[in-house]
Design a protein around this ligand. Structure first.
Ligand SMILES: Nc1nc2c(ncn2[C@@H]2O[C@H](COP(=O)(O)OP(=O)(O)O)[C@@H](O)[C@H]2O)c(=O)[nH]1
Ligand SMILES: [Mg+2]
Length: 334
């Protein structure tokens, strides 16, 4: 009775104490689940390639800032790869034939082997040498000794490319590679819309499958995958990316100015990293164009549907809350 009277008499203080306790516990919870990318091991700061004599070589990776000569490499393609010996050949064949025809030798491919256990690195080196006969500077592999996740792989790749534009593309070849031209056109339009002639305006163009929602390619997917897709879209909508219809397509292009503003600040290494990239771009007022591309379902997905979907939902909430509470900051490199 006395306790109840005390609560009523001090209701403002009680309410305030409860509120502080709630905010503190929320902060602690988000802090505990927040993510810091693991620093690269020394061997992950090197790339492996095949030299002119056909030997395997390992050299220090360049830093993104070092290469300002846009004429040298026009497009860098980063391919996150985890156990991809079964799927990557088709993707590379499609990509390399387009790149050679369109850009001569002004391109590079950076494969990030994310701790594969199926010899993805050796397999890629072999096809680079025997099948594609590539100049060694054009085909580089960063090999992680331990798996980091797709986001960690893309981040590490992008921080060490030489191109004017950087594209990340899935190893399964689900997107038609030549659609990269549409993304490049969109980013160039954003760049030329700037009135500042001294610096390049950061620009992002992302492949989108939103136009395909009612087409066979999506309908043919398993019911569970489609249900999860709709659930995920709803969650993304609630947690704040409303201007973009397809956040998850593995085909996204950035100019160097955008890469420098986004990737050093990216915390997430798992599947949900695309959403953090977009959140960062939106926070930094970088213009994003969503471009419809051709896409088809490819078997052999590395996603464990149930577990990875739960992780993605959790990580999505954590990203949004961490920015809200100041645990993640968009002006602090991580
Ligand atoms: N770096 C990295 N890449 C991964 C991992 N799992 C999948 N990937 C890559 O992410 C891309 C898309 O993967 P996929 O399995 O096709 O996913 P889905 O298209 O979303 O079903 C492929 O290039 C994979 O090799 C991982 O743990 N680490
Ligand atoms: Mg896929």
């Amino acid at each position: 009775m006395r306790a109840l009277r005390f609560l009523i008499e001090n209701k403002n203080t009680v309410f305030f104490t409860l509120l502080v306790a709630l905010v503190l516990s929320l902060y602690l919870l988000v802090y505990l689940f927040s993510h810091t990318p693991r620093p690269p091991y020394p061997e992950e700061l090197k790339y492996i390639a095949i030299d002119e004599k056909g030997h395997e070589v390992s050299r220090a990776l360049p830093n993104l800032n070092e290469h300002q000569d846009d004429e040298e490499i026009f497009l860098s393609v980063v391919i996150p790869s985890y156990n991809e010996t079964g799927r990557i050949l088709l993707m590379l064949t499609d990509a390399i034939s387009f790149l050679k025809e369109k850009y001569g030798s002004r391109w590079e491919i950076v494969i990030v082997d994310d701790g594969s256990t199926d010899n993805t690195t050796q397999y890629c080196l072999k096809i680079c040498k025997e099948q594609f006969k590539l100049n060694y500077e054009q085909f580089r592999i960063i090999k992680f000794s331990q798996n980091r996740g797709k986001g960690g792989a893309v981040r590490q790749g992008f921080l060490h490319i030489r191109g004017k534009y950087g594209l990340f593309a899935d190893a399964d070849g689900a997107s038609k590679f030549s659609d990269v031209e549409k993304l490049i056109d969109a980013t160039s339009k954003i760049e030329t819309s700037s009135t500042d002639l001294k610096t390049t305006k950061p620009a992002v163009a992302i492949g989108s499958r939103a136009h395909m929602v009612n087409t066979e390619a999506v309908i043919k997917r398993s019911m569970i995958r489609n249900c999860l897709m709709y659930g995920f879209h709803t969650l993304v909508f609630i947690f704040g990316i409303r201007s973009i219809k397809d956040t998850q397509c593995g085909f996204k292009l950035f100019n160097r100015a955008a890469i420098l503003k986004i990737f050093p600040y990216l915390h997430t290494e798992g599947w949900i990293f695309d959403v953090e990239i977009l959140i960062l771009a939106i926070r930094k007022r970088i213009q994003i164009e969503e471009i419809p591309i051709s896409w088809h379902e490819v078997d052999g997905s590395k996603m464990a549907l149930a577990i990875d979907s739960i992780k993605m939902a959790k990580d999505l909430v954590i990203i949004r809350m961490a920015y809200l509470l100041g645990i993640y900051r968009d002006n602090k490199k991580c």
